[in-house]
Design a protein around this ligand. Structure first.
Ligand code: G6P
Length: 608
């Protein structure tokens, strides 16, 4: 993620940049910076934290000038810090550059530049590009930039300016979005339309590998060989609000649809051939061999991913594993010692209960690993190692993409640690790595299907007062998470239960209109859950089944059938939860609820 913006024209550039960055904060908000060019050269301001911190910085020490670039960051390489914040300046102070994406070959470029005596000030992948532009500069920024981008691998939207050519911003993109705004005597660039909507509705969507030269008086676009390209100016009719959501009605729906990409990002670079590759975590096999048991600590949705994590860790590491609600752990009397490995799971990395539980286990000498979505947040800072999920900023209060990427993270961690311990079977590793690689396409296929049964169900049952969700083993937590989603955003009471426990009480609730969502994909417990469904049907309950494509028995039993693609049973929670997210979403929509900001709840709970 990350958002970029640029301006050239008669206004104070910082005003336009700050307005643009505010509109792009949904793309990342751990730090922000701007650089402005005027007759005196180039000056930069940066601040860690929300955009308001940068605004305060600019109030203290204003920048004046009509050309500038700005960036709001969602850290991928290096923690949120002033040094890692964009814009990055070249060694000679002449080049300023912003970037959204990942430069995959940054390590080799960094080595090459260091060999030439260049000192790096940040840990980012971006800084290499600023230095490369300065090194290559031959008096023609367009030609120089073309040469530099030929050397880059990865995904990027980049914008650059140079003190020797203070009238222009040059921008390009591969894999990351970039739009150009056409004004009257002023022009703009941005990651996304809302950043510039206040000033213009005329936009040009830059194509991959094209290079745009943006000055006050005009915009020129070139192809990768620097041939001029004709371009079409479109008039956008987006409202500011809709544009930030990329056309989706709510952030939650957008985030549900981002899951294929988020999963692909989370897996990227962490599987290698048939193996899981956790090199980035620097795990010490000798230390791990001293681990006698594992405790997973988390809250809310992260707790349910931790419940799946328990099953995975027990299967692949053979170590006893327990999952704790962090708020319970704090006030229990847990036995902590240095044979304990604690895994703290948190989307935000700031949840107060999880942080406090972590503090307690650290005092007790336990080893710690974080599974977290926000780089540099408090929980990863406290842990010995972190597996970052790469879901991108999650705005909707009801967690969706953070959950499925945590599940993928647990598969990687459990199999990877199991192998370091010499326990995970090579065949298991191969089958899970193969399955993980297929997941983004499978989730995409599920989303493309537009799951008609989900919408019908939401319409039919929106007025019931209670829902039951049942699952077994890997999908017992899916039942809990499905029920939580419905509660959170539709305010309908829902319970997640282990299928086998129905006969010990909840079966008494079942009668004619009582709906149960049964999650029964193929796997070890499918048959048992089918028996539980039969018990419900015998009492005239209504059953919505989530099962694997081609399961004829499920088709016969179900009042509503939702099919997921065949997959390894350890990965089925990732696929099975997607229709449940959508069911909660469409039910809440039918009821006219505030989907992204449900009553009484908050995205990040930093109080006890
Ligand atoms: C809040 C959010 C949930 C989230 C939980 C834990 O309750 O509304 O969506 O699952 O906090 O948050 P964390 O950031 O630690 O995963």
């Amino acid at each position: 993620m990350c958002g970029i913006v640029g301006y050239v024209g008669p206004r104070e550039a910082t005003e336009v940049l700050i307005e643009g960055l505010r509109r792009l904060e949904y793309r990342g908000y751990d730090s922000a910076g701007v650089a402005v060019l005027n007759g005196d050269g180039m000056r930069t301001r940066k601040a860690v934290g929300r955009l308001s911190a940068l605004e305060d910085e600019l109030k203290r020490d204003a920048l004046h000038g009509g050309l500038g670039i700005g960036h709001t960051r969602w850290a991928t390489h290096g923690v949120p810090s002033v040094a890692n914040c964009h814009p990055h300046t070249s060694f000679d102070g002449k080049v300023s550059l912003i970037h959204n994406g990942i430069i995959e070959n940054h390590r080799e470029l960094r080595r090459e530049l260091m060999d030439q005596g260049i000192e790096f000030r940040s840990e980012t992948d971006t800084e290499v590009v600023a230095h490369l532009v300065a090194k290559t500069y031959d008096g023609d920024l367009v030609r120089t930039f073309q040469k530099v981008i030929r050397r880059l691998r990865g995904a990027y939207a980049l914008a650059v300016c140079h003190t020797d050519e203070p009238d222009k911003i040059i921008a390009t993109r591969v894999g990351s979005p970039l739009v150009i705004g056409i004004g009257d005597g002023e022009n703009f660039i941005a990651s996304d339309v809302p950043a510039i909507l206040k000033y213009t509705r005329k936009v040009v969507f830059l194509n991959e590998h094209q290079l745009a030269v943006v000055t006050r008086d005009g915009v020129k676009i070139f192809d990768a060989a620097l041939n001029p390209v004709e371009f079409t100016i479109c008039e956008t009719n987006l409202s500011l609000d809709a544009a930030e959501k990329e056309g989706y009605e709510h952030f939650m729906l957008k985030e549900i649809h981002e899951q294929p990409r988020a999963l692909a990002e989370t897996i990227r670079g962490r599987v290698n051939g048939d193996n899981v590759d956790l090199t980035e975590l620097n795990l010490d096999a000798a230390v791990l061999k001293g681990v006698r048991r594992i405790a997973i600590l988390a809250c809310g949705t992260s707790l349910y991913s931790g419940m799946v994590g328990k099953y995975l860790f027990e299967r692949f590491t053979h170590l006893p594993t327990e999952t704790w609600s962090a708020s319970e752990f704090r006030y229990a009397d847990p036995v902590i010692d240095d044979g304990m490995l604690v895994i703290a799971v948190s989307q935000s990395g700031e949840t107060a209960d999880t942080l406090e539980a972590l503090r307690i286990v650290k005092e007790g000498g336990a080893r710690t690993i974080a599974v977290c979505n926000v780089m540099g947040s408090s929980i990863p800072r406290m842990c010995d190692a972190t597996l970052y999920t790469r879901a991108g900023p999650e705005i909707g209060v009801a967690s969706t993409k953070a959950y499925t990427t945590q599940l993928a993270g647990f598969v990687l961690l459990s199999v990877g640690i199991g192998r370091l311990l010499g326990v995970t079977d090579a065949e298991d590793e191969r089958r899970l790595v193969t399955g993980l690689k297929q997941l983004p396409d499978q989730v995409q296929a599920l989303l493309d299907e537009d799951i008609v049964a989900v919408k019908r169900c939401a319409k039919r049952y929106k007025n019931v007062f209670n829902f039951m969700y049942i699952g077994r083993h890997f999908n017992y937590p899916t039942a809990m998470e499905g029920a939580l989603k419905l509660k959170e955003i539709s305010y309908i009471h829902a319970e997640g239960y282990a299928g086998g426990e129905m006969k010990h009480g909840p079966l008494a609730l079942v009668e004619g209109t009582f709906p149960t969502i049964a999650i029964a994909p193929q796997g070890r417990t499918r048959e048992k859950l089918i028996s539980n469904v039969q018990e419900i049907k015998a009492r005239k309950g209504v059953v919505v089944m989530v099962s694997t494509q081609g399961d004829e028995e499920a088709r016969e039993l179900a009042d509503y059938l939702i099919e997921i693609p065949p997959c390894e049973e350890e990965l089925s929670p990732i696929l099975a939860v997607v229709p449940l997210q959508l069911l909660a979403y469409y039910t809440a929509l039918q009821l006219g609820r505030d989907v992204d900001k449900p009553r009484n709840l908050a995205k990040s709970v930093t109080v006890e």
